[in-house]
Design a protein. Structure first.
Length: 428
């Protein structure tokens, strides 16, 4: 017999079905709550609200578990490539060799962006933040592919848009950097894999040969895999909400990029490095900054600490911390920021304030140090996150459209004025 939840309101009892996921996650299905009782639920910040059923990513914040389509993140980060993981997230299964070849070839074929788009780049000031450029450029892609405006045209058309977007995002990202440097744009080289091609477009110059260090390619694959999906976070929920209005995929992903930009979300990786540099330049007194983070009168927070769902440890942070040590050692880099990061982590983890609030380093605490080692400029860190998160956003959008989910439209509790009469301006 299936479980139900009983809610007592105004002396009456109402029953609502309990939904149980494959990993035994439980929810009360209140979709009929308003119709039957006249009440809505109130959950600012959606801390307890399941907005959808999804078969893509499972995470358990208490146990520090993260699975993509059932596969543990630890195994994927160690053994898979980013493109393989992208296929897994979007199509729901690990690809065979020939499926992977077809997928990679299709992406490779679409890496060029329309020549006219170069003019858009040139109009941006050199100081433009690359996230602003990226979000606008991704939305602009919709103007070059008008057939994509109907997101449900056919499965083939949908796939073409997905492949185009996966192919062009690294090109647009690298060009936003080149534009900021006022360096010539590097066209994609289609004999290179996804990560190598991105590094080539970022750091290659027409005047010299550029070969990508396999240590860098390996680190980049890992970083992108770790960021590839994280169920219903702020940017992914944005993608699902925007997509639910049947806006096209380019506009939808552009909205996700904007949501990711904020320092409380993907922008945290840039904020972490800036914080470490600030502590370093201030003499490296870690205790002083931990005290500031604890002081409620002070707006300073330890960036890269805390997570809405991980309340024990972030499994991605564990993998990335090790990767960080490996990369720095292999590249022979001695970064004082890493020393400060380690000190900060130690002090905070032993501090009652952080222990009581379950505040642990999250994925972004160490990712910035690796990006820095790969010579990625600080302002590009969140762009790197966006490249990593793209397959997740696409998979979530695809799932939502295939399940014909209704338009997202939360309710509210109105707390404003009750009706009153308009007052002429002369009498106010
Ligand atoms: N430094 C100091 N105190 C913190 C921090 C922090 N980084 N994070 C949370 N706290 C404190 C809060 O002040 C609050 O204390 P209180 O209970 O005494 O009022 C308590 O811990 C709970 O914090 P909330 O902000 O309510 O937690 P929430 O789940 O809403 O926020 C968030 C999570 C946004 C990640 C928060 O921990 C934070 O701002 N972290 C720093 C930014 C960051 O690293 N973001 C990246 C997240 S990972 C990602 O998006 C990829």
């Amino acid at each position: 017999m299936s479980e139900t939840a009983k809610i007592e309101l105004d002396g009456k009892t109402y029953e609502f079905p309990v939904v149980v996921g494959t990993e035994n996650e439980k929810a009360i299905d209140i979709s009929k709550l308003r119709d039957t009782t006249g009440y809505v639920t109130l959950d600012t910040g959606y801390k307890n609200t399941g907005a959808t059923k999804s078969a893509i990513t499972f995470l358990d914040g208490e146990l520090g578990i993260l699975h993509y389509r059932g596969y543990p993140i630890e195994q994927l980060a160690e053994k898979a490539t980013f493109i393989e993981v992208a296929y897994l997230l979007i199509y729901g299964k690990l690809p065979t060799q020939s499926e992977l070849n077809d997928f990679s070839n299709s992406i490779t074929k679409h890496t060029l962006v329309h020549e006219d788009m170069k003019q858009f780049f040139e109009a941006y000031p050199a100081k433009a933040h690359p996230m602003g450029v990226l979000s606008s450029m991704v939305c602009s892609l919709s103007t070059f592919y008008p057939e994509s405006l109907d997101p449900n045209r056919s499965p083939e058309a949908k796939d073409l848009t997905i492949h185009r977007l996966l192919a062009k995002l690294p090109t647009l990202a690298a060009w936003s950097y080149k534009n900021a440097m006022r360096h010539p744009f590097m066209y994609p080289k289609n004999n290179l894999d996804y990560c190598s091609n991105f590094m080539y477009m970022m750091f290659g110059m027409p005047t010299e040969d550029y070969t990508v260090d396999p240590v860098i390619v390996d680190a980049l694959n890992k970083l992108l895999i770790l960021h590839a999906d994280h169920e219903q976070n702020c940017s992914t929920s944005t993608v699902r909400i925007v997509g639910s209005s049947q806006a096209n995929l380019y506009a939808t992903i552009s909205a996700g990029i904007s949501a990711l930009w904020g320092p409380l979300h993907g922008g945290a990786n840039q904020a972490v490095i800036e914080m470490l540099e600030q502590i370093h330049n201030d003499g490296g007194d870690v205790d002083k900054w931990v005290a500031k983070a604890k002081d409620k009168e002070d707006s300073f927070r330890l960036m890269g600490f805390g997570h809405r769902v991980y309340k024990n440890f972030d499994p991605r942070a564990t993998i990335i911390k090790k990767a960080c040590d490996d990369v720095l050692e292999k590249l022979g880099i001695n970064d004082p920021m890493l020393e400060i990061a380690k000190k900060l982590e130690k002090v905070a983890l032993e501090d009652d304030y952080f222990k009581a609030r379950n505040l642990y380093p999250n994925v972004d605490f160490y990712s910035g140090i690796i990006y820095k080692a790969l010579k990625i400029p600080t302002e590009m860190f969140t762009v790197m996150f966006a490249i990593g998160r793209l397959p997740g956003w696409i998979a979530q959008w695809k799932e939502m459209t295939e399940n014909n989910e209704p338009i997202g439209r939360p309710r509210q509790i109105y707390t404003g004025e009750t009706p009153r009469d308009y007052v002429e301006i002369s009498k106010r």
